[in-house]
Ligand binder design. Structure first.
Ligand SMILES: NC(=O)c1ccc[n+]([C@@H]2O[C@H](COP(=O)([O-])OP(=O)(O)OC[C@H]3O[C@@H](n4cnc5c(N)ncnc54)[C@H](OP(=O)(O)O)[C@@H]3O)[C@@H](O)[C@H]2O)c1
Length: 195
């Protein structure tokens, strides 16, 4: 089974590479490191990545949580555009272009985040993108053919030591792996520790 970890140099990406690479063929992709370099703000760069890899069985997107956090009175359209080009269209394009390359029965797993359920005064240009990504995957799941699945993982803040409201990379990786190799589609895996 060939699994692409898109964002393999990140906090969650590194954990996924560690956990998956002894069992599956893992291809790590990052903007500036990994087995292959790709920038998901550039459609041609995404196409080049898929052309290099060829067919694959699972893509896990754990790239750039770099949306913008500003108080409402300082928000500019550019703060929204920044997240829209990355968290939103970057991940959408990984799927729209990737459907041409994914094998039958394959899976896409995208990253959203808990902030659409727990917004704060700084998350105006972040929370809505999480909601979009969850709903995009749920809607795409109804349109996929050949048994291709798509889910999202919605982590709460990821830190090295588990505390109330946070999760560890190891904890959140479980949801990504279940999504990638399990049977569910159209599901939001809430990797939270809030209750
Ligand atoms: N960490 C959290 O607390 C948390 C909480 C909720 C949701 N999430 C979501 O989970 C996902 C992963 O989070 P993380 O904390 O593991 O991220 P991270 O540590 O910031 O990882 C970033 C990874 O994404 C790559 N990347 C950044 N911009 C890119 C671009 N334009 N094109 C291609 N690759 C790019 C980086 O590559 P380079 O190193 O090569 O630049 C790196 O491999 C994000 O979507 C984030 O919003 C995270």
């Amino acid at each position: 089974m060939k699994i692409i970890i898109f964002g393999s140099n990140g906090l969650i990406g590194k954990e996924l590479v560690n956990q998956l690479s002894h069992k599956y063929e893992v291809i790590g992709v990052s903007r500036s490191s990994g087995d292959i370099q790709s920038d998901y703000t550039d459609e041609n760069s995404i196409i080049r990545m898929y052309e290099q890899i060829g067919s694959f069985d699972a893509l896990i997107s754990v790239a750039g949580g770099d949306t913008q956090f500003e108080p409402f009175d300082q928000l500019k359209p550019s703060h929204f555009r920044y997240g829209a080009e990355r968290k939103l269209m970057g991940q959408v394009n990984l799927v729209l272009i990737g459907v041409e390359y994914i094998n039958k029965g394959g899976s896409f797993t995208l990253s959203s985040g808990y902030l659409n359920y727990y917004p704060n005064p700084y998350s105006m240009a972040t929370s809505p993108f999480n909601a979009f990504i969850d709903n995009f995957a749920q809607t795409m799941a109804t349109q996929m053919t050949d048994g291709v699945r798509i889910n999202t993982v919605s982590p709460s803040p990821v830190v090295q030591e588990l505390q109330h409201g946070t999760v560890t990379p190891k904890f959140v990786a479980e949801s990504y792996i279940q999504s990638a190799v399990g049977n569910e589609t159209g599901k939001v895996y809430k990797a939270w520790n809030m209750d």
